[in-house]
Design a protein around this ligand. Structure first.
Ligand code: HEC
Ligand code: HEC
Length: 493
C-alpha cells in the first residue's frame, strides 16, 4: 500500500488536555466494545497503530498524517524540483515546489522526508528559505540530492498541534475530546453540540454527497449558530481559525472511519454474532469444540480482513477523501443560477402556494402557519441509517437526536440569514436531517419565491397574533451561559 504516513510527536501537548484542570480522555466509540476482542484490535490497529503497525490517525497527542485524506497538518508541504541540487559535493541548498504553505517557513524548523530515499533518516533543519528562487537551505547537508518529486514537510504537524490546543481551550467542553459532541457541558444543551464523527455537517454551501468546505466550517466558527448554544468566535485570528478547522476535519475524518470500521465488522464479528455462529456450527458438527469453532471464525475473519474487506475499506476511504476534496472545488459551491426574484406580494403568494402544495410539502413538516408543527411531526418515521422505525413519533437527525422542523415564525436561521443562505438551505437541504434538498425538485425562481415567503412568515405571524411579541423579540437567542448545576437549557427551535 503506497500511502504516506507521518507521525507527529506531540509530547509537549500532553499538558494541554481538558479544561479546568480536568483530564479528559480520548475514547473509542461505545459500540466498539460490542465486537469480539480480535475485531476490536483490528479497528484500533487501523486507527491508531501499535508498535509494529503504523496506523492512520493516532490520537490527538500522537496524531498521524494520512496523506490519503485532505487535512493540512504541516507548516508547509512540497516536492523537490528536478535538479534539486547541483550534484557536486555536500548539498545544503535544494530547489523545491511548494504544494501547501500554511505557515511561513522559518529558520530552525524541522524538515522531514515524506517519500523517497531519505525517509526514516534523521531530519535536517531549515537554515533559510528564499521564496523568489524556491530554494530551501538545510543543515546538515545531504550527500546526494533527493529525487525530483520526493516529498517533504516543514514544521511537521504544526497546524494540527496548534488546532488541537485551541480546540481544547475553546471547543472541547462542548464537542468532547473525540469530537463526539459529548463534552461536560453538552448534557445541559439542546440542540446537542455536533458529533463530528459521522463526517457530516448540517449547514454547508455544498450539495450532498460533497462534504463541508473549509469556508463553511470557518464561517460557523466565526458566526456561531444563531438560536443555539454554538457561540461565535469572532476574536480568533485567521491563522487560529484555520488551525481549528483542520483539527475539526481531522476529528471528523477519523471519526467517520472509526464508525465505518465498526459497522463493517458488526454483523459477523460482534460478540453476539460470533456466539450464535459457534452455536450453529456445533449443532451441525457435534464433535466440534467451542474453542475450535472460535478459532475457525477468527481465521476466516483474518482472511476476510486481508481480502474483500481491505478492498472495500480502500474504496470507502477513497470515496470519503474525494467528497472532502470535491467540496473544496470552486464549482461545488451552490449558487443561484438566477438573481433573486423581487420580494413582491405576488412572489410571496407563489411561495406560499408551493409551501402548502404537494410538490414541496413544506407544511407537512413546518405546519401551515410555520410553527414547526406539521403532520409529519406526529407520525412515526423510519431511521434512514438502519431502515427501522423509531420508537417514538417525530423527526430525528442522523445522530439519533429528536428534532423539530424550524419554527419559521421566529425568523431565526441557523445556517445564516442572508437570502443566499436560505436559498442554499432549500436547495441543498440540511445534511444529516429530514429537511430535504429541493434543488432537483424546484426551479431556482421557485426557490426564491419560497425564500421571499419564508422570510415574510415572522411578519405574517405578528399580524395574526397582534401584541404577543412572539415574532421578533429576539428573546429566543440564548443569553445565559450554560451552567453546570442549572436545569437543562432549552433553546427554541
Ligand atoms: C457552549 C457549547 C459549544 C461550544 C463551546 C462550541 N460549540 Fe460548536 N456547536 C454547539 C452546538 C449546540 C452545535 C449544534 C447546533 C445545531 O445543531 O444547530 C454546534 C455545532 C457546531 C458545528 C456544526 C456545524 C454544522 O454545519 O453542522 C461545528 C463545525 C462546530 N460547532 C464547531 C465548533 C468549534 C470549532 C468550536 C470551538 C472553537 C465550538 N464549536 C464550540 C455548541 C458549542
Ligand atoms: C421532512 C420534513 C421537512 C420538510 C418536508 C421541510 N423541512 Fe424545512 N426543516 C426541517 C427540519 C427538521 C429543520 C431543522 C433541521 C436542523 O436544523 O437540524 C428544517 C429547517 C428549515 C429551515 C431553517 C434553516 C436554518 O438555517 O435555520 C428553513 C428555512 C426550512 N426548513 C424551510 C423549508 C421549506 C421552504 C420547505 C419546503 C420547500 C421545507 N423546509 C421542507 C424539516 C423539513
Amino acid at each position: 500500500m503506497r500511502v504516506g504516513l507521518l507521525i507527529i510527536g506531540a509530547a509537549a501537548l500532553a499538558a494541554v488536555v481538558g479544561c479546568g484542570g480536568q483530564r479528559a480522555e480520548f475514547k473509542s466509540r461505545e459500540d466498539l466494545s460490542d465486537l469480539i476482542p480480535e475485531a476490536q484490535a483490528h479497528v484500533r490497529q487501523v486507527l491508531d497503530g501499535d508498535d509494529e503497525h503504523v496506523g492512520h490517525f493516532g490520537s490527538p497527542l500522537n496524531s498521524i498524517a494520512w496523506e490519503r485524506l485532505p487535512v493540512r497538518f504541516h507548516g508547509a508541504v512540497g516536492v523537490f524540483a528536478e535538479n534539486a541540487g547541483d550534484g557536486s559535493g555536500a548539498l545544503t541548498k535544494l530547489k523545491v515546489t511548494l504544494a501547501e504553505l500554511n505557515r511561513p517557513i522559518e529558520p530552525g524548523q524541522e524538515l522531514v522526508w515524506v517519500s523517497g530515499k531519505y525517509v526514516g533518516q534523521p531530519s535536517p533543519h531549515v537554515v533559510s528559505y528564499d521564496s523568489k528562487t524556491n530554494t530551501v537551505e538545510i543543515k546538515p547537508a545531504v550527500s546526494v540530492p533527493p529525487d525530483a518529486g520526493d516529498r517533504f514537510a516543514v514544521a511537521p504537524g504544526a497546524v494540527l498541534k496548534h488546532g488541537r490546543m485551541l480546540y481544547a481551550e475553546h471547543c472541547q467542553h462542548c464537542h468532547g475530546v473525540t469530537g463526539d459532541g459529548g463534552g461536560p457541558t453538552a448534557k445541559y444543551l439542546n440542540p446537542k453540540p455536533r458529533d463530528y464523527r459521522l463526517g457530516k455537517f448540517k449547514f454547508t454551501s455544498t450539495a450532498t454527497p460533497a462534504r463541508a468546505r473549509r469556508e463553511d466550517l470557518a464561517r460557523i466558527i466565526e458566526d456561531g449558530i444563531p438560536g443555539t448554544y454554538m457561540p461565535s468566535f469572532k476574536l480568533l485570528e485567521p491563522e487560529e481559525s484555520q488551525a481549528i478547522v483542520e483539527y475539526v476535519r481531522w476529528l471528523a475524518m477519523r471519526g467517520e472511519i472509526e464508525f465505518k470500521l465498526v459497522q463493517s465488522l458488526k454483523n459477523d464479528y460482534s460478540i453476539e454474532a460470533v456466539e450464535s455462529t459457534i452455536e450453529s456450527a456445533r449443532k451441525a458438527d457435534e464433535g466440534l469444540s467451542n474453542s475450535a469453532a472460535r478459532e475457525q471464525i477468527i481465521a476466516e475473519m483474518q482472511e476476510y480482513l486481508a481480502g474483500d474487506w481491505l478492498e472495500e475499506f480502500n474504496d470507502d476511504t477513497k470515496f470519503q477523501s474525494e467528497q472532502w476534496r470535491n467540496a473544496e472545488q470552486p464549482d461545488a459551491v451552490v449558487l443561484p443560477k438566477v438573481a433573486r426574484v423581487p420580494d413582491t406580494p405576488e412572489s410571496r403568494a407563489r411561495g406560499r402556494k408551493l409551501y402548502l402544495g404537494q410538490r414541496a410539502k413544506c407544511a407537512t413538516c413546518h405546519g401551515e402557519s410555520g410553527l414547526g408543527d406539521g403532520s409529519q411531526t406526529l407520525a412515526v418515521q423510519k431511521n434512514p441509517m438502519t431502515n427501522e422505525d423509531y420508537d417514538t413519533p417525530g423527526l430525528f437527525d442522523d445522530w439519533g437526536n429528536p428534532l423539530k422542523p424550524r419554527n419559521l415564525t421566529r425568523g431565526i436561521y441557523r445556517g445564516g440569514r442572508r437570502p443566499v443562505d436560505l436559498y442554499r438551505r432549500i436547495h441543498v437541504g440540511i445534511k444529516g436531517t429530514p429537511m430535504p434538498a429541493f434543488g432537483t425538485v424546484l426551479k431556482d425562481e421557485e426557490i426564491w419565491d419560497l425564500v421571499n415567503y419564508v422570510t415574510h412568515v415572522p411578519f405574517e405571524a405578528r399580524e395574526r397574533r397582534p401584541g404577543d411579541g412572539g415574532a421578533e423579540s429576539g428573546a429566543d437567542a440564548p443569553k445565559v451561559a450554560a451552567s453546570k448545576s442549572g436545569p437543562s437549557l432549552q433553546v427554541a427551535n
